[in-house]
Design a protein around this ligand. Structure first.
Ligand code: FES
Length: 80
């Protein structure tokens, strides 16, 4: 999962989303879960700032991410 921390996304809560994902996945930015299902990476800007905060999973862009949406992404892509 790539979490945008560019200016627009940072201002609109991207850092909180990254922190939540780190807690939920029990990994830090730049790491991969033991199962290999998720890795976390911070990115400077995806170029779709109007959708901030933005998370990209595989090639899918997810905009206006809230903590609920972030948890849903983990469920959807984690297969649980
Ligand atoms: S700052 Fe996040 S998409 Fe531009």
């Amino acid at each position: 999962m790539k979490v945008c921390l560019g200016t627009a996304c940072h201002v609109r809560g991207g850092t909180r989303i990254l922190e939540l994902l780190q807690r939920q996945l029990k990994i830090k930015d730049g790491e991969t879960t033991p199962s290999g299902a998720f890795s976390l990476e911070r990115v400077a800007c995806f170029g779709c700032c109007a959708l901030a905060p933005v998370v990209v999973v595989d090639k899918d862009v997810h905009g206006r991410i809230t903590s609920t949406k972030a948890r849903n992404l983990l469920r959807r892509y984690g297969g649980s």
